[in-house]
Write a protein that binds this ligand. Sequence first.
Ligand SMILES: Nc1ncnc2c1ncn2[C@@H]1O[C@H](COP(=O)(O)OP(=O)(O)O)[C@@H](O)[C@H]1O
Ligand SMILES: O=C(O)[C@@H](O)C(=O)COP(=O)(O)O
Length: 416
Amino acid sequence: MCIGAIADDYTGATDLAVTLVKGGMRVAQLFGVPESPIDIGAADAVVIALKSRTIAPPDAVAQSLAALDWLRARGAHQVMFKYCSTFDSTERGNIGPVADALLEALQAPLALVCPAFPVNRRTVYMGHLFVGEQLLSESPMRDHPLTPMRDSNLVSLMAAQSRHTVGLVPHPVVARGADEVRSAIGKLQTDGRRYAVLDAIDDHDLRTIGQAAADHALITGGSGIALGLPANFGFTASDAPPVRPEVQGRSVVLAGSCSTATRAQIDHVRDIWPNWKIDAEALAEGPDPCADILAWARETPAGSPLLIHASDDPATVARVQARLGADRAGALVEQTMARLATGLRAAGFSRMVVAGGETSGAVVGALDLPALEICGEIDPGVPWTRTLSGPPMALALKSGNFGGVDFFDKAFKVLA
Ligand SMILES: Nc1ncnc2c1ncn2[C@@H]1O[C@H](COP(=O)(O)OP(=O)(O)O)[C@@H](O)[C@H]1O
Ligand SMILES: O=C(O)[C@@H](O)C(=O)COP(=O)(O)O
């Protein structure tokens, strides 16, 4: 195994997996650390997806170290810790604590920090993370239900979460190529820094950084930083046609993401597709709406995909959270989505798009899927996947802010 990756959520894991597949690698994507022997075939890279982004930091560290042990026991040459391209985290973590634990376990002198993903307009300049034209802290990510991002400076964000010191390799150095990057990293190391934030504003920068990181034991970042990694192991970009999951059945979108992109995608189909809006606040009082929603789904004519969503605008989410608490509100919606997913699968909905990282974690957990095969990409960072066990299903786990406005429609058209 050339690369062993640990992703802090399920959508992020498929995002990384498809990047490595496009780089020419055979990739196995697993959910959680396997508890029993699992066949990873001739995988060049294994991505272990955890749902560790917003859990208590000690739990995130323990799960990540267990994943690291599993990957190292199978010969992983280089380890990547994948987190969100918008650095989704809180002051207590979990990016810093997990990175620290991995750094120490691997006895790595320093690890790179680079969430840039330019194709989805996440760039890093002078250590500051931008989403499109806006600083992260001025983007809609400042109102994320679980990880509101109110600072854009990756050096200070990482320093606040980590026990170690953090330096910067600024863009003018990255633009001068891999040798300059290596030497800047060496200087930071000599100064006692254990993390280097790297600027990257386009894919060329990311390939430079990947090249400079060839002998690093640990790399941390978004999927963008993985663009340059397969080449270090002799892989060349795949020109194989995208695999289409050949799965028959009805189509449904389950959306628990309240991100701007998902809300626009919902608006795009809401007047066309049969849809059901889950009232997050009402979930606390009951009754459980799942039976009614499943009956509605079964009775709705099969001609169109269905949309089931809890997504709301920031002001409404804030009101619900003020009443229920952010964690409880999130958990109630996630548990509802999880129950719906199993009921929908049983009712023949075997083509499913799930919008939202935490939501995807809850759904995949309920469907009890140990692994997925990565198929063709729908929009950057979001592939179709196919189940490898149990009833055949095509699943697309969509990061909240990924995908064009017509993503839902486009996803099912690809399968038609
Ligand atoms: N109406 C709502 N009110 C409060 N929380 C909500 C609502 N709808 C969804 N949520 C929660 O918001 C969180 C969204 O996170 P996630 O699924 O990771 O989406 P994203 O990928 O956009 O970050 C989930 O925990 C979800 O259950
Ligand atoms: O890096 C990214 O932006 C994604 O791969 C990702 O991790 C997104 O997380 P969610 O928006 O919570 O799905």
